[in-house]
Design a protein around this ligand. Sequence first.
Ligand SMILES: Nc1ncnc2c1ncn2[C@@H]1O[C@H](COP(=O)(O)OP(=O)(O)OP(=O)(O)O)[C@@H](O)[C@H]1O
Length: 244
Amino acid sequence: MSRLQLHDLQLARGGQTVLEHLDGRFQDGAITALIGANGAGKSTLIAAIMGMLAPVAGSVECRVPRERCAWLPQQLALDLTFPMSVEELIMTGTWPSHGGLKGYCAAHYRRGREIMARLGISHLAHRPLGELSGGQRQRALLGRTLMQEAELLLLDEPFANVDIETVDVLMEVLRDMARQGATIIVVIHDMEQLARLADDVLLLAGGHGRWVSPDALLDHHSGLVPRVPRLPLTFPDASHAGTA
Ligand SMILES: Nc1ncnc2c1ncn2[C@@H]1O[C@H](COP(=O)(O)OP(=O)(O)OP(=O)(O)O)[C@@H](O)[C@H]1O
């Protein structure tokens, strides 16, 4: 089953083709790692999937309703000087389906508290976002997507600049979301994290994409260098990588 498919997709930035002939389906209830070197087109593909970048050719077929699609950009891209507390941020997860002007009911607040407890941030409920550590901020942002009941979740390097304990919490929550049927796409650079999390891999290189099994990628990588934790990934050419 797949609610998200790419059909001969071609994407460009600034008039230059970034990706072409991109096909395939993201599995529902699975976590797909999106990998590639800097500039390979990961953010460009995410923008297209989120409907923020029109394809030059081909199409993105997304059967998840817009209000159930969530995107967590890279931390550096976020302006968190906006005066808002952790709880307020999490509650905004209701906006895509309920609107931002209606206020919240008791059930919303109860759910918000459950989510903060799940993410270990109950004690930060009233803390302004600008006063959070990277890991605390990432927990709060993931909490917002839980509140939204996201069925398609795209995360751009969610584990960058966060502590190990937070990585564990985020991974557990993502795994739970996938178990409940969500389609999850994660931009990842770390080999160990990929091995722990990914059910499937889409490798972008040289303007093309290739679907690779995590095992094939890890075998390829372990042939290049010994397996040690927290190793940055090296990227085989997309046209020769592993098996589809
Ligand atoms: N707004 C833009 N205008 C022109 N070119 C752009 C724009 N955004 C990205 N590009 C170019 O498009 C290509 C793909 O960029 P993209 O940000 O998608 O790569 P990425 O794989 O996400 O990289 P990174 O790992 O560094 O985040 C790069 O060559 C980049 O320079």
